[in-house]
Design a binder for this molecule. Structure first.
Ligand SMILES: [Mg+2]
Length: 275
């Protein structure tokens, strides 16, 4: 049985996975993006970016109207057709940004932990950090339910900080470039499962799922899909998956969008049939 049919859902990380880590180019993935669209298979973006930023990237990729997961699962954008849903157009999944800010500011004052958040700087600095233009950098600051930061302190102090966050019901997750603080109850895993369940209820089928990611914050995504593609990444820690067997998990030899296509070739190419 081929996986390439309407009951498939593709969940994908952005930076370092579908988008090149340095240039944000996705063109090596174009052929697969077109093929998935031809088969009406939803490509659901799932990253640490804000919803404002992801809406623009969706348009660039020709994926507008589909659901997506922003801020590492703290925000879930619904399919545009689900406008009768009480949370439409999107669900804020946990503690809001301003409340997280209110919880961590006193910790930083008391302990002097060295880190710089996106709220501490303007879009010019975010542009320097990310290589994004001024307009996209402004959208990258519009967090609704998480905080993004650069850690500038020791690994030991990070462990202490993380323990304090856990006490407050928060968690600390690492993306491609930055660290993120969000509600401990939310995450890419929780958001993926919520969307799978919503497809099941609304579309009346149990979807088969493929996930693609390159960083440690993608492990919860990749552990909760049927087939996982680990795109070769730059992170020094790599990704540890719970069930890393060749039948379920493919590790690409190429990074970014080339690796993304390589992973889909592996699981979805015409010659491959999975029963
Ligand atoms: Mg990534």
């Amino acid at each position: 049985m081929s996986l390439l049919k309407e009951t498939l859902l593709v969940f994908t990380d952005l930076d370092g996975t579908l988008l090149d880590i340095h240039t944000y180019d996705w063109h090596p993935a174009t052929s697969w993006l077109n093929k998935l669209q031809d088969h009406q298979i939803p490509v659901i973006l799932c990253s640490s970016k804000t919803a404002a930023e992801t809406l623009e990237i969706q348009q660039d990729l020709g994926l507008e109207g589909l659901p997506f997961i922003a801020e590492n699962g703290a925000v879930i954008q619904l399919d545009v057709r689900w406008d009768d849903h009480p949370d439409a157009p999107r669900l804020i999944n946990g503690t809001p940004h301003t409340e997280i800010r209110r919880l961590i500011d006193p910790i930083r004052e008391r302990t002097g932990y060295k880190f710089t958040t996106f709220d501490d700087v303007d879009e010019r600095v975010i542009g320097e950090w990310t290589g994004l233009n001024r307009e996209r950098s402004a959208l990258a600051r519009l967090h609704e339910a998480s905080i993004t930061l650069i850690w500038r302190d020791s690994d030991e102090r990070m462990t202490q900080f993380e323990a304090e966050l856990v006490q407050l019901g928060l968690k600390f997750v690492q993306g491609a470039r930055f660290w993120h603080i969000l509600d401990a109850r939310g995450g890419k895993d929780q958001a993926v499962n919520w969307l799978i369940d919503e497809y099941r209820k609304r579309e009346g089928f149990v979807p088969t799922t493929i996930g693609l990611g390159d960083g440690p914050n993608d492990a919860p995504l990749l552990d909760n899909v049927d087939y996982a593609v680990v795109v070769k990444g730059i992170n020094r820690f790599g990704i540890q998956l719970q069930d890393d067997i060749p039948e379920r998990v493919y590790h690409t030899t190429q990074p970014g969008p080339e690796g993304w296509s390589e992973g889909l070739d592996h699981f979805l190419s015409a010659s491959r049939h999975i029963t």
